[in-house]
Ligand binder design. Structure first.
Ligand code: COA
Length: 334
C-alpha cells in the first residue's frame, strides 16, 4: 500500500480586518469579553461587493498550494473541498474550483463536516492515495461565514467567533511508509446535531415558510449551545488525539506540533495543559482570524510551516471537533 504526504500548502484570507472594537460599534459586546472567553482579537470578514466567496477563496489558496508543490493544475487527479458555507445549496464548491482553475474533468467532492471538515477531507484524500487510485489530490477548506451571521446583539454569542478564509494542500503518493499521514481517526454523534446548527433554509423548512413568518423565524442564523459545545469539545479533542497516538504507539510527549482546530483559544489551552505541552508544541492563530471552521486547521498548518515551526521528521498532530457533532485527528510524520 502507498502512503500520502503533503507537498504543497497555501492559504488566502480576505483583506478586510474586523477588530473586536469594530464589533462593539454594531452590537453590545466588547474587546475584554471576546478576548477573555475566546482569545480572538480580530477576524477577516469579506467585504460585500468583492469577488471572494468560499469557492473563490478556496481556488486562490489552491493555486498557491499547487505552485509550492512544484506541480501544475494538470497534475492534480482529484479534488476534495470542505466547507459548511458553500456558494450554492448545490452544486458544491469542488466543481466550481475545478472550473475556476481550468482543470480537466477530474472528480471533485464536497465534504460537509463543519469544523472537522478538513480532517474528514484529508482522511478521504488519504484513502484514495493509499489504495493507489489517485496520485495527487488537492484538499481545500474554505468558509464564508460573515454573510450568514446575525451581526446584532441577539446573535453576539455566535457572530463574534467566526471568520472567513481558506486554505489548501496537495497530497501526493509516497512509497515511504514511515513518512506522511500515518493514520486518521473520524467520529460523529448525530444526537447533538441541534446543539450547533443552521436549521434552515432546508428542504424540511424551505424559504417560503421563512418569508411567511414575517421576520419571526430566524432559523437561518447559526445556533450554538456554547457551553455544551465547549464541554464536549475538550473531551473529544483529548480522546481523539490519544486515539491517534496510541494507534501509532506514540505518547503525548512525542508530539512536536499540535495544530488544533481554532475553535476557541481556551479549548486549545485546556488540551495543551492536559497533555503537558509547551507553547512551542501547540500552534494557535485564532487571535488573528477567529474560527474559520473547515479552513482553520489548514490555515494554521500553513502558517506554522511558513514560520519554520515544522521540520523534517516532526510528529504533527491535527485535531478537530465541531458541529454534528463530529471530531477527528490526523497523525503525520513530516
Ligand atoms: N459580548 C458580550 N456578552 C456576551 C457575548 C458577547 N459577544 N455573547 C454572549 N454574551 C453574554 C450572554 O448574553 C450572557 O449574558 P447573561 O449572563 O447576562 O445572560 C453572558 O455573556 C454569558 O454567556 P454564555 O453564552 O454563558 O458565555 P460562555 O462563557 O459560555 O462563552 C462562548 C460563550 C461561545 C465563548 C463559549 O461557550 C464557547 O467558546 N463555546 C464553544 C464554542 C465553540 O468552540 N464553537 C465552535 C465549535 S467547534
Amino acid at each position: 500500500m502507498y502512503n500520502s504526504k503533503i507537498i504543497g500548502l497555501g492559504y488566502y484570507l480576505p483583506e478586510n480586518k474586523v477588530t473586536n472594537a469594530d464589533l462593539s460599534k454594531i452590537m453590545d459586546t466588547n474587546d475584554a469579553w471576546i478576548q477573555e472567553r475566546t482569545g480572538i482579537k480580530e477576524r477577516r470578514w469579506i467585504k460585500k461587493g468583492t469577488e471572494d466567496t468560499s469557492a473563490v477563496m478556496g481556488a486562490k489558496a489552491a493555486k498557491i498550494a499547487i505552485e509550492r508543490a512544484n506541480l501544475t493544475k494538470d497534475d492534480i487527479d482529484f479534488l476534495v473541498f470542505a466547507t459548511l458555507s458553500p456558494d450554492y445549496f448545490f452544486p458544491g464548491c469542488g466543481v466550481q474550483v475545478q472550473d475556476m482553475l481550468e482543470m480537466s474533468t477530474i472528480g471533485a467532492i464536497d465534504i460537509r463536516n463543519q469544523c472537522s471538515g478538513f480532517i474528514y477531507a484529508m482522511s478521504t484524500a488519504d484513502q484514495f492515495i493509499k489504495t493507489g487510485m489517485y496520485k495527487n489530490i488537492l484538499v481545500i477548506g474554505a468558509e464564508y461565514h460573515s454573510n450568514g451571521l446575525d451581526k446584532t446583539t441577539r446573535g453576539r454569542g455566535v457572530s463574534v467567533i467566526f471568520g472567513d478564509g481558506a486554505g489548501a494542500c496537495v497530497l501526493t503518493r509516497t512509497e515511504d511508509n514511515t513518512k506522511g499521514i500515518l493514520s486518521s481517526h473520524l467520529h460523529s454523534e448525530g444526537k447533538y446535531a441541534e446543539k450547533l446548527m443552521v436549521k434552515s433554509p432546508s428542504i424540511k423548512h424551505w424559504v417560503p415558510e421563512i418569508i411567511a413568518s414575517k421576520g419571526e423565524d430566524i432559523s437561518y442564523f447559526p445556533y450554538m449551545d456554547g457551553q455544551f459545545v465547549f464541554k464536549n469539545a475538550v473531551t473529544r479533542f483529548s480522546q481523539v488525539i490519544l486515539e491517534g497516538l496510541e494507534k501509532n504507539n506514540l505518547k503525548t510527549s512525542d508530539i512536536d506540533m499540535l495544530i488544533p482546530h481554532q475553535a476557541n483559544l481556551r479549548i486549545s489551552q485546556f488540551v495543551q495543559r492536559k497533555f503537558g505541552l509547551s507553547d512551542d508544541q501547540v500552534f494557535n492563530n485564532i487571535m488573528k482570524y477567529g474560527n474559520t471552521t473547515a479552513a482553520s486547521i489548514i490555515i494554521a498548518l500553513t502558517e506554522a510551516w511558513e514560520q519554520q515551526k515544522i521540520k523534517e521528521n516532526n510528529l504533527v498532530v491535527l485535531a478537530a471537533f465541531g458541529s454534528g457533532f463530529t471530531w477527528g485527528s490526523v497523525i503525520i510524520r513530516w
